[in-house]
Design a protein around this ligand. Structure first.
Ligand SMILES: Cc1cc2nc3c(=O)[nH]c(=O)nc-3n(C[C@H](O)[C@H](O)[C@H](O)COP(=O)(O)OP(=O)(O)OC[C@H]3O[C@@H](n4cnc5c(N)ncnc54)[C@H](O)[C@@H]3O)c2cc1C
Length: 379
């Protein structure tokens, strides 16, 4: 029987980063993936690194997002050095374009919200925004620049992370997924794979939106897939420097000249089909934001599955089974949250303490919600 200090179910960006951290801390680590690792959400993503909340529910995640963004430059330098591969990190800020007629009020609300959360944000007049990003539409009335934000080429990052983890001593097994956790009384003793058991002191579930399909996990990580469709465009005569947002879309420039446009948010089960309606929405919003894109070539379209959770917040930390940890449910922010997730898991395993409070993201919160509901239910 294979035996490790730590086993990880799932070889996406999260499992890969945890494997790297733990291997560098001297643990014997293995990642088990049911297919070729790095081909799910971490491949499909846009790679925007923005701790700004997209809706009120995500405000609780801002401190975690800020901590993770702050780790990014060093994290990338380390991954690139160990792997010898580039990760396409672009620390150039992001720019949110406003089309509304009442931009003055909208702008001051957005700026106040950001500053209240300790996030840098600068108001820009339309002409200043277009000077920074000439591709922006004449219809843009004002903009918000978030200078600290960044983007990364998530496909390159995931591949580099897996390589760095391996070079640091982690073992990565493809085509050998977990069917269940191995329960031994109040302890988790490892994973049950398709045809074998693998023993470990620590078991970490990082299987993205598939985590709840592993037997024994749904009570801690009731994740479900949220499909996102995307398109990659190339326009030889149009330059975009920063991530651009409108209310409807984001455009993410890559170092190789591609512009990634996305994304839909659809609860459609594990379906990854690209649809005409989905791509039509993305293209028309992209052209509205940067009209020059009307002449762009469509290089690729795809869809991926975000790991969504009942409260849209990640699921991180220990469970009530000794040795079992969750690192999943990162929904729309898993690329942003990769460095902090890996760091916190490593701190917990090697020091039994964490440097950023993760209680809010506990895997036990769903059980207490279910227990409370049962307690208050009419007899
Ligand atoms: C369209 C789209 C756009 C996005 N944009 C952004 C963005 O701009 N910024 C951002 O921060 N985040 C973004 N995200 C979210 C981010 O991509 C995810 O939160 C992140 O990639 C999740 O990583 P993961 O490693 O948990 O999951 P995944 O990358 O899905 O990896 C899970 C792995 O587990 C494996 N697996 C499945 N079942 C099993 C099993 N039973 N046993 C073992 N292994 C198993 C899978 O094969 C897979 O390799 C986006 C996501 C999508 C889909």
């Amino acid at each position: 029987m294979k035996k490790f200090d730590a086993v990880i179910a799932g070889g996406g960006v999260i499992g890969g980063a945890i494997a790297l951290e733990l291997a560098r801390a001297g643990l014997r680590v293995a990642v088990f993936d049911r297919q070729q690792p790095g081909q799910e959400a971490s491949w499909a993503s846009a790679g925007i690194l923005s701790p700004a909340p997209e809706n009120p529910a995500m405000i609780a995640m801002v401190p975690l997002g800020k901590a993770s963004l702050a780790l990014y430059p060093e994290f990338i330098a380390q991954v690139e050095e160990i792997s010898g591969m580039g990760a396409g990190f672009r620390p150039k800020g992001t720019l949110e374009a406003l089309f509304s007629h009442d931009t003055r009020a909208e702008l001051s609300t957005i700026i106040a919200l950001h500053h209240g959360l300790g996030l840098q944000a600068e108001p820009l007049r339309a002409e200043d925004a277009r000077e920074l990003e000439p591709a922006l539409s004449e219809g843009v009335e004002a903009a918000v620049l978030r200078p600290e934000e960044a983007s990364v080429d998530n496909r390159a990052l995931t591949a580099a992370l897996l390589e760095a983890a391996q070079r640091s001593g982690a073992e990565i097994f493809s085509g050998n997924g977990a069917s269940a956790i191995w329960r031994d009384g109040k302890r988790c003793a490892g994973l049950l794979l398709q045809n074998e058991k693998v023993e470990a002191k620590w078991t970490i579930i990082a299987a993205g939106c598939f985590s709840a399909t592993i037997e024994g996990i749904a009570r801690y990580a009731p994740v479900r897939p949220a499909k996102g469709q995307m398109a990659a465009l190339r326009a030889d005569d149009l330059k975009i420097e920063r991530v651009l947002w409108s209310e409807k879309i984001y455009l993410v420039p890559r170092n190789d000249g591609r512009i990634v446009a996305g994304a839909t948010v659809e609860h459609a089960g594990f379906d990854k089909r690209v649809t005409a309606g989905g791509i039509a929405k993305i293209l028309s919003a992209a052209i509205e934001l940067a009209p020059g894109l009307a002449n762009a070539r469509i290089e690729e379209t795809w869809a991926g599955l975000r790991p969504d959770t009942p409260d849209h917040l990640p699921i991180l930390g220990p469970t009530d089974l000794d040795g079992l940890l969750m690192a999943t449910g990162h929904f729309r922010s898993g690329i942003l949250l990769t460095p902090i997730t890996a760091q916190l898991v490593r701190e917990w395993i090697t020091e039994q303490r964490v440097s950023v409070d993760w209680e809010r993201f506990s895997p036990l919160r769903f059980q207490s919600a279910a227990t409370d509901a049962a307690r208050h239910a009419p007899a």
